[in-house]
Design a protein around this ligand. Sequence first.
Ligand code: HEC
Length: 141
Amino acid sequence: MKNSKLSAVLSVLLLSAGISAHAADDPLQKAIRDGKQLFSHETFGGNGKTCDACHVNGGVGPGKLPNGKAIPSLSNAATIFPRFNPKANKVVTLEDQIRSCVGNALQGTPPVAGSEALTNLVSYVTSLSQGKAIDMGGKPQ
Ligand code: HEC
């Protein structure tokens, strides 16, 4: 039996047993979960840091640099991109920002555009802004 058929049969069995298989099977929820894993565990071959070394508490609260200096939380990050980055002298997207944190803060190899890793990180970071209004060019909270 093919895997997809098997999982369809399993879903029917679980559903008929009154157990919802929805959360476990939902591809978006999986991307968010996998992104959260990357956020707290993946070093991207760099200096050993992970995202949550600076963006503490899964990125929701105020962050801090290893030297203790405060940085904004990511709780509205997905609402304020694209925005102009004066240092880069161009408009950057959330994807660009995440790749730049991997390359600079983690000194790792940034996941390429379109890769599963980047999609998962974007999904997780965006989930932190769920329900908040778009505020392109706005300030981090
Ligand atoms: C060494 C500390 C450090 C690490 C580790 C780090 N970042 Fe950052 N990050 C920063 C700083 C500082 C800023 C804000 C300044 C800037 O724009 O570069 C920032 C900004 C961001 C922003 C934009 C926030 C906003 O609202 O403007 C996002 C999104 C982000 N980081 C995601 C990540 C992700 C995802 C990772 C892991 C792959 C990561 N960062 C790892 C220091 C870090």
